[in-house]
Design a protein around this ligand. Structure first.
Ligand code: ASP
Length: 343
């Protein structure tokens, strides 16, 4: 009997006798590079290509991991690292500046199988904040670590540490000066795309976004991750939704995995990601309907804007946004699709 059980396990895992390896789930990866975009009328072909190439590279990196039988956690972390290293996006290198002229980075990651989660807020020296979030999840008893303590923890965990000047980019610096000129205390979503913002029109290159990834692996496990520099001109100590589990990031194998992008304060107040998960779990509402309700109705009703990416346990994808565009893409059945604007 023991041998029969082992044989079944091996067949299930490796296929056996030339059979194709059976997957429990379809594999899916979805990424975003921020909701709200450079207005279509102001986008150049070259820049559009740079964005789509960046998103495609992240998709490829994460999807390869899923295809080789890797976990959704590894896939979302790898995809985010690609985007953090790309100065076009407001995460890692290329992050926006605080009111004090610093880069303070937030990131989080969640494992839908165990509901384990990790996050860092306001780190200034970790090259890839998403790796620090994962270290908090796996190497500490905590969920969120902030500021100098989080930087110290990342160094002790052996992560790559850089001088804060590594995150500097001229465009982001210019964007900070511009916002300050308008109003020294005004915070500016780097990607809001609000037509009412004169800053938006005068600084078309400043609307680069937070990054996120959600994945379903072949074992049926979901994971979500988000990383950001936050908002241009944010005040000291400001923490957005991105490192808040349940607001900017959430994953539960019973429902879905979500990564948000948008005006963080509103996402926190709506407990955006967990509310969608709860709507699915307790209200039996399909992912798309739950996500649309929150992003297209509840969020603007409060005065917020943005979007999110999500995948449910069956591999269904939702990518709603109430801004002009959202840098986004997904890979499923071996095919990738990357988009910036509405259809
Ligand atoms: N949600 C992020 C924050 O408020 C910003 C973004 O999505 O770009 O920090």
């Amino acid at each position: 009997m023991k041998y029969i059980v082992w044989a079944c396990l091996l067949l299930g895992t490796f296929g056996g006798y030339g059979q194709v390896k059976t997957r429990k789930s379809d594999i899916v990866l979805v990424v975003h590079g921020g909701a709200g975009t450079i207005l279509k009328s102001q986008m150049t072909q070259e820049l559009e290509k740079e964005y789509t190439d960046g998103l495609s590279e992240a998709l490829k990196k994460g999807y390869d991991i899923l295809e080789r039988g890797g976990s959704s956690l590894d896939a979302v972390e790898a995809a985010i690292k690609v985007l953090e290293n790309n100065p076009l996006f407001n995460a890692g290198k290329g992050a926006v500046f605080t009111n004090e002229g610093k880069n303070e980075l937030d990131a989080s990651i969640m494992d839908g199988k165990t509901l384990s989660a990790g996050a860092v807020a306001g780190v200034t020296t970790v090259k890839n904040p998403i790796t620090a979030a994962r270290a908090v999840m796996e190497k500490s008893n905590h969920v969120i670590m902030a500021g100098a303590g989080a930087d110290k923890f990342a160094a002790q965990a052996g992560l790559e540490i850089v001088d804060p000047s590594y995150f500097f980019t001229g465009q982001r610096w210019k964007a900070l000066q511009q916002v300050k000129k308008e109003d020294s205390l005004k915070t500016e979503l780097d990607h809001s795309g609000k037509k009412s913002s004169s800053y938006y029109f005068t600084n078309k290159d400043s609307k680069f976004g937070t990054v996120g990834a959600v994945a379903l692996d072949q074992y049926g496990n979901l994971a979500a991750a988000t990383s950001t520099g936050g908002m241009t001109n944010k005040r000291f100590g400001r923490v957005g939704d991105s490192p808040i589990i349940g607001a900017g990031t959430y994953a539960d194998n019973n429902t879905c995995a979500i990564s948000c992008t948008g005006w963080g304060e509103y996402y926190i107040r709506l407990v955006m990601a967990k509310t969608i998960s709860d709507m699915m779990e307790f209200g039996k509402i399909p992912l798309k309907n739950a996500a649309d309700e929150m992003v297209m109705k509840r969020l603007p009703a409060l005065g917020g804007d943005g979007g999110l990416i999500a995948v449910d346990s069956k591999g269904n994808i939702a990518m709603p946004f109430n801004t002009e565009g959202m840098y986004r893409g997904f890979m499923k059945d071996g095919k990738a699709e990357v988009k910036i604007y509405k259809e």
